[in-house]
Design a protein around this ligand. Structure first.
Ligand code: GDP
Ligand code: ZN
Length: 332
């Protein structure tokens, strides 16, 4: 039997099987063969092969993971490893708000980097448009549009932009990310009334109380062809697994300019003479605040243990351990 993973905890998975039955599954054995080495084994959106439990039709064992088309994830700071949140997606949606909580471009930029990393289109939804949008936020949203990202203003409260959002999502699997309070749940319920309530039935078995803050859930819309991965409200989005020197590739406006730098590929775009990126920021061709996001993420990547200069055996052993995705901590 084949199916798609709706939600996953460390070792329990809700799988919607191709026969329409949801089955609660664990892994057959400790690892599934060819499973990508990450913090978590399976994620929402994974296509799997499973054996149905001969004793109970609602249970099963996952035996195989189909090759992932792509991967949307973050760095799990506690587990010190890449964590898949959703796989096989077509679109990344970042839900934000202009006020209550305020617009946070730094967060949106991080989600944009993750969308670039997954090689999927990126859509910024500004919910709570009914509260008014200040000039600075308008300005920042215009930058995303210039970069080729989609921007949609909406309001779960008044219904503005909801049909446009529905049209944008139709037939796709979209992962929704957002800081808590921006109205992501309200927006999903506006898209399809009761959408989030339906998850209760799946997560009850998981004892949602325990996992409510960590679990992403794949939700099928009733049109039978659109899927949404709802992710828990995130406060901080840690980024790792990108070489600091490659980060420009995840900022489309910087990626275009970086090859022109006098020092070519070895330019860090921080302060070199002849750096075209710095020049573009100074001339206003690149938005200074986007560059600020670049600098902050770069600093975070550079200071993570993963990219510290190789130093002797202890480092190499640690790095090997990290590659195997065993836990290790910076302060060890
Ligand atoms: P989540 O944490 O992102 O899931 O946010 P919720 O959906 O729980 O919404 C947080 C708060 O914002 C609630 O009090 C909602 O009523 C409110 N809210 C959600 N959408 C809108 C909106 O479009 N406009 C206004 N004014 N308030 C909204
Ligand atoms: Zn440069």
């Amino acid at each position: 039997m084949k199916g798609i993973v709706l939600s996953a905890t460390n070792n329990l998975f809700s799988v919607l099987c191709d026969d329409g039955t949801k089955r609660l599954c664990s892994l057959k054995g400790k690892r599934v063969k060819d499973m990508e080495g990450t913090y978590n084994s399976l994620a929402s959106g994974d296509r799997v092969e499973l054996e149905i439990d001969p004793e109970s039709d609602k249970k099963g064992l996952v035996t195989e993971l189909e090759r992932r088309r792509n991967f949307f994830g973050r760095f799990n700071e506690k587990g010190k490893a890449a964590q898949a949140i959703a796989t096989n997606i077509d679109l990344v949606v970042c839900v934000s708000s202009p006020r209550l909580p305020p617009f946070r471009p730094r967060f949106v930029d991080r989600v944009a980097v993750l969308a670039e990393a997954a090689h999927v289109p990126f859509l910024v939804v500004l919910n709570k448009a009914d509260l008014g949008i200040d000039e600075e936020t308008e300005d920042r949203l215009a930058v995303y549009q210039e970069l080729g990202y989609e921007v949609l203003t909406a309001s779960a409260e008044t219904g503005e932009g909801i049909q446009e959002l529905r049209d944008e999502l139709e037939g796709k699997t979209a992962v929704f990310a957002g800081q808590s309070g921006v109205g992501k749940s309200s927006l999903l319920n506006a898209l399809e009334p009761g959408l989030l309530r339906r998850t209760g039935e799946v997560s009850e078995k998981f004892d949602r109380g325990k996992h409510t803050t960590t679990m992403a859930v794949l939700l099928p819309l009733s049109d039978g062809k659109t899927w949404i991965v709802d992710t828990p409200g995130i406060r901080r989005l840690a980024l790792r697994g990108i070489e600091p020197d490659s980060l420009v590739a995840y900022f489309p406006e910087l990626a275009r300019i970086a090859p022109l730098c006098a020092f070519g590929l070895s330019c860090t775009h921080l302060e070199e003479v002849g750096c075209e990126v710095v020049a573009a920021v100074e001339s206003g061709a690149v938005h200074a605040d986007r560059y600020e996001s670049y600098l902050r993420i770069r600093e975070e990547l550079a200071s993570s243990a993963e990219y510290k200069k190789p130093e002797g055996r202890a480092y190499r052993a640690r790095r090997t351990a990290n590659r195997r995705n065993l836990d290790y901590h910076d302060d060890e």
